[in-house]
Design a binder for this molecule. Structure first.
Ligand code: SF4
Length: 1010
């Protein structure tokens, strides 16, 4: 006997809820004296979250409020609710579409397994690779494409078509067009590949004697035990309007289900408008039922301005702050009647958990998070990155620094952050660029001998040497400790069967995972995440092991692992009370007085359709593929329903930025025009001053240390902090004691005082960049060394000056010395440095530039002092004719002594001339005073730089003794400022900040204010 099918259309969302509620209660005649004998109806819902909200709604309305459907409603529904307590005892079975099929499969007691999605995808991957041998597709087979192939085939089947037949028809049609159309030719190649893949997939499925959704449906038709409840209530629309809704193949299956007496589809009138025609086509015998409004619609719209009907927030964080502020200002009796509604849980779930927690408001949520979003999953990613990158320095250091990773040293101690920093510097200094062999070679080099211990001697050089040695020894220990993990990962560096890759990844993950302690926050969640990740890896490995032995690149396997970590979800523990964070599809199943809909952005409301990537829309329309405009219209209807869900107020907020990108509001905001002026409620303007988090309370002006959101400890600290005298101006510390000053360091101070402070006063280390060839500093040292040796060799051969006629001989000497130096470099670096020294077809080399400068500008040299050390108290000119004595240290690249008893200081620069040089002037004074102490009186010759990237390399920056004195005075002024503790953030050029190693610790927000 066919079931009675009804399309029940409720005039608004409240009437829809009440009709659903009434139908969930047992009717007269269905009850017995035993609750277990009452057959509960089945309610099809869009998601588990919706099921949970509907369960809560049933309990609230039926048990707490004792609600009974009004007589008129019962009559309209032709569903006379049984009186008495039975109603409260029987909960309907709340199932999603997939859950319904699962229940059918179990009830039919079929001896065939219903294959999980992961196994089906593995089967399709193996089939696709097999098919590609005979019918190469016009694309590379990637894991993402394989999952799209499964989705495409499932969709064709759910639309009621045979995949093989449709592909064959498509191939015939394309074969006619292919000779004259390149696009059709490509589609034909794709179709032939998909035909072969589908055949192979079908064949494997048959051999396995397993079921996919199509096979299950076929078997259910002939099963003697087919399960069918007497009453099914469908609360979702069809797949055009809602992807989680009913598909064409579901409609006859439900209508023909044995034992089904009643099939009620309950929708709001707005949603039913688009769906009704399509349902009636499948069920012509269905009857219409209209449920009028059950309570007057009195939802009012919250607005914060008279100009628009939505609330504008800077970003998503601000949206949630605004929600918590609203709750704080309003203090409802029952916060659980409030909901924050988002299209998808992320990113609001993270933001809301943090902000509701900080503001002391409990938050309930039924949302689930992708496993990949859990911190523990990051360690799997880091292991994959390390293997795929070839164990580069950055990937190894990131792995070691992860809080989820534990690497144990041979002595049983954990690797500490200082050890990781030493390991990082050690790899960088040895220019390690990846590969396990390179690491092995480094570890195999004999360690340097231990320097003498300078304990108590105050010898800073010896202390530095000992510190460097200790760092290297620590780095080696870290390398040894990490090596076994890298060995486990090595299968992930070659083309292998994917099961081998996954096994290697799983073993490496277990070998270095850090297990949580019982007393750690989130220990339970971490354990659940760990178990879930281990399960995904295990299932993937066994599915691949059983069904796909094809060797694949490791990158494909890693993509597959990532995909499944994103696919699986983890329930987030939340409170049992407080405000709700709920997804838009689940929200209509809850009871709320106040709703705030967040994230009304283009591309999110509505979300773009997951388009089919294989075929154009015109080829798919004929088989009933969901159309974009139908789906958009359905979503608009559901959004309009959502606006009237709350019994009292609704607010809609729109962020202006999404992760710093400017975003556009959703077109669905047009629906807010339904709220006339009499239904608007203005938010109080002083509400924005309500502190909702500790940060709010502390940052508000004036600060609000007594705010209840602050913990006792924070309150005490805030009060103490406020009682302190006002802080000085930013960038000012107490006086700094006199020191030995390096001229280079003082030049840095002039370029940016805070950079000097970070490096010299705080002693923060600079980041070491990973780059091919010698790092800039080492390349500079190499060039300096070569030029030093060239001049030393020239002097050894009996000359100081280089004249024009000496050039051929000088070139030969310099070339010989440079070639010798290059031999000491690794081959890769040698090529780069050779070009720097000898030039190329388009650029002159450093040696030729130096020789030309020698001939053109330094013909007066009698003697050169190379790498000349300075470390003495120097009397330098200061302001107003005075002098100051200060200790100066440094190494001058070169001091020339000229025939007319003067000194010329020359510094080599790899790049361009410095913008505010001090070295020529200060060093010239220091050398003159050194000579004076030795009984020789010298003058100052024009001093400066040989800057190799300048068009004219010789730059006389202290061209006269007066200019040298000016530089010395600038040096004295800068030292005075350093000693007064003035370290403002004041770069001489803001471009400098782009390359600054201290940018992460620098408050650049007041650049320009200081
Ligand atoms: S980031 Fe800019 S302002 Fe900050 S320390 Fe570096 S150079 Fe100075």
């Amino acid at each position: 006997m066919s079931p009675a099918i009804r399309l029940i259309q409720a005039d608004d969302v409240d009437a829809w809820q009440r009709a659903l509620l009434a139908l969930c209660l047992p009717a007269v005649g269905e009850t017995t004296s035993h609750a277990s004998a009452i057959e509960a109806p089945v309610v099809l819902v869009p998601s588990q979250a919706a099921a949970e909200h509907w369960r809560q709604t049933l309990e609230q309305r039926v048990i707490v409020e004792g609600w009974t459907p009004p007589r008129a409603l019962q009559q309209a529904l032709e569903h006379e609710v049984a009186p008495g307590p039975h109603a409260a005892l029987v909960l309907p079975r709340l199932l999603t579409r997939d859950g319904f099929l699962d229940v059918c499969h179990r009830a039919a007691r079929l001896d065939r397994l219903r294959l999980p999605g992961m196994t089906r995808e593995v089967l399709m991957g193996a089939s696709a690779r097999h098919a590609a041998r005979a019918h190469p597709p016009p694309f590379l087979i990637r894991p993402g494409l394989v999952s799209e192939m499964v989705r495409f085939c499932d969709t064709v089947v759910r639309l009621g078509h045979d995949v093989g037949a449709w592909l064959a028809a498509a191939a015939d049609r394309l074969a006619d067009e292919a000779p004259t159309d390149r696009g059709a030719e490509r589609l034909l190649a794709q179709t032939r590949f998909m035909q072969a893949a589908w055949r192979a997939y079908d064949d494997r499925l048959r051999r396995l004697e397993a079921l996919d959704e199509r096979g299950l449906r076929e078997m259910l038709q002939h099963s003697r035990h087919a399960w069918s409840p007497r009453h099914v209530i469908v609360s979702v629309a069809d797949h055009h309007a809602q992807p989680e809704g009913l598909w064409p193949v579901d409609l006859p299956m439900l209508a023909r289900a044995p034992g089904l007496a009643r099939l009620d589809v309950v929708l709001t009138r707005r949603v039913a408008e688009g769906v009704r025609r399509r349902l009636l086509r499948a069920w012509p015998e269905a009857t219409d039922v209209r449920i009028p409004v059950q309570r007057p619609t009195d939802t009012r719209l919250e607005v914060d301005s008279t100009e628009r009907r939505w609330i504008v927030c800077r970003d998503r964080h601000e949206e949630i702050v605004a929600c918590t502020r609203r709750l704080k200002a309003w203090t409802p009796d029952d916060p659980s009647r409030t909901a924050v509604v988002s299209r998808r849980p992320l990113p609001y779930l993270y933001v809301a958990q943090q902000l509701f927690d900080a503001s002391g408001i409990p938050l309930q949520t039924t949302a689930t998070l992708p496993l990949a979003a859990e911190p523990r999953a990051a360690s799997v990613d880091l292991l994959m990155d390390a293997a795929l990158s070839g164990f580069t320095r950055a990937s190894l250091v990131s792995l070691l620094r992860s809080a989820q990773v534990r690497v144990v040293c041979p002595d049983g101690a954990d690797v500490r952050p200082a050890d990781i920093a030493a390991f990082d510097a050690w790899l960088a200094n040895h220019r390690y660029l990846g590969t396990i062999d390179a690491l092995d070679r480094l570890l195999a080099t004999p360690p340097p001998p231990r320097p003498r211990d300078p304990a108590g001697s105050g010898d800073r050089g010896a202390q530095r040497a000992l510190g460097a040695w200790q760092d290297e020894m620590r780095a080696r220990v870290v390398g040894e400790a990490l090596r076994p993990v890298l060995t486990l990962l090595t299968p992930l560096q070659a083309v292998q069967p994917a099961a081998t890759h996954v096994r290697a990844l799983r073993d490496a993950w277990f070998a270095c995972e850090r297990l949580p302690h019982d007393d750690e926050p989130f220990a339970s969640r971490t354990r659940r995440t760990r178990a879930a990740i281990a399960l995904v890896l295990e299932q993937l490995e066994s599915a691949l092991d059983a069904h796909d032995a094809t060797p694949v690149p490791p990158r494909d396997t890693c993509a597959l692992v990532k995909r499944w970590l994103e696919e699986r979800t983890l329930a987030v523990p939340g409170a049992d009370e407080g405000a709700h964070l709920v997804e838009a599809d689940a929200a209509p199943y809850g009871i709320f007085d106040h709703v705030r809909v967040v994230g009304l952005l283009e591309g999110e409301w509505p979300e773009p359709t997951a388009r089919d990537i294989f075929y154009p829309a015109f080829m798919l329309e004929a088989i009933g593929w969901a159309e974009e405009r139908t789906r958009a219209a359905a979503l608009r209807s559901r959004f309009a329903d959502l606006l009237t869900l709350a019994a009292q107020t609704v607010g809609v907020s729109v962020p202006e930025l999404d992760q710093d990108a400017v975003v556009r509001p959703s077109a669905l905001l047009d629906e807010l025009r339904a709220f006339g002026p009499d239904r608007l409620v203005a938010l109080a303007s002083d509400e924005s001053a309500v502190p909702v988090t500790g940060e709010d309370a502390l940052l508000s002006t004036p600060a609000f240390p007594a705010a209840p959101v602050l913990s006792t400890q924070a309150r005490t600290w805030a009060s103490w902090r406020l009682a302190r005298p006002a802080p000085g101006s930013p960038g000012q510390t107490g006086p700094v004691g006199a020191d030995r000053y390096s001229v280079t360091a003082v030049e840095t101070y002039l370029q940016c005082p805070f950079q000097y402070f970070a490096g010299r006063v705080l002693g923060l280390r600079e980041e070491i960049d990973e780059e091919p060839g010698l790092p800039a500093r080492e390349a500079g040292l190499f060039l300096h060394g070569v030029l030093h040796d060239c001049h030393a060799e020239w002097a050894r051969r009996g000359a100081a000056v280089i004249r024009a006629e000496d050039l051929p001989r000088a070139r030969a000497v310099f070339t010989e010395v440079a070639e010798r130096a290059l031999l000491a470099l690794p081959p890769a670096d040698r090529a780069i440095e050779r070009v720097r020294l000898f030039g190329s077809a388009v650029a002159t080399g450093a040696i030729e530039k130096v020789l030309r400068v020698e001939v053109e500008a330094f013909g007066d040299v009698t003697r050169r002092a190379l790498e000349h050390d300075i470390d003495l108290a120097v009397e330098l000119p200061a302001g107003e004719g005075t002098t100051r004595t200060m200790r100066v240290r440094g190494r001058v690249d070169r001091v020339d002594f000229t025939a007319d008893d003067r000194v010329r200081v020359v510094d080599y620069k790899m790049g361009r001339r410095p913008t505010q040089p001090l070295q020529p002037g200060v060093y010239a004074h220091a050398v003159v005073q050194q000579a004076r102490a030795a009984g020789r009186e010298l003058g100052i010759a024009p001093s400066g730089f040989v800057a190799f990237r300048e068009e004219s390399p010789w730059v006389a920056s202290a061209g006269t003794p007066e200019a040298a004195a000016d530089q010395a005075r600038t040096f004295v002024d800068a030292v005075d400022q350093i000693e007064s503790g003035a370290f403002p953030v004041r770069p001489a050029n803001e471009f400098r900040c782009q390359f600054c190693d201290y940018a992460s610790v620098c408050r650049k927000d007041y650049v320009g204010d200081a």
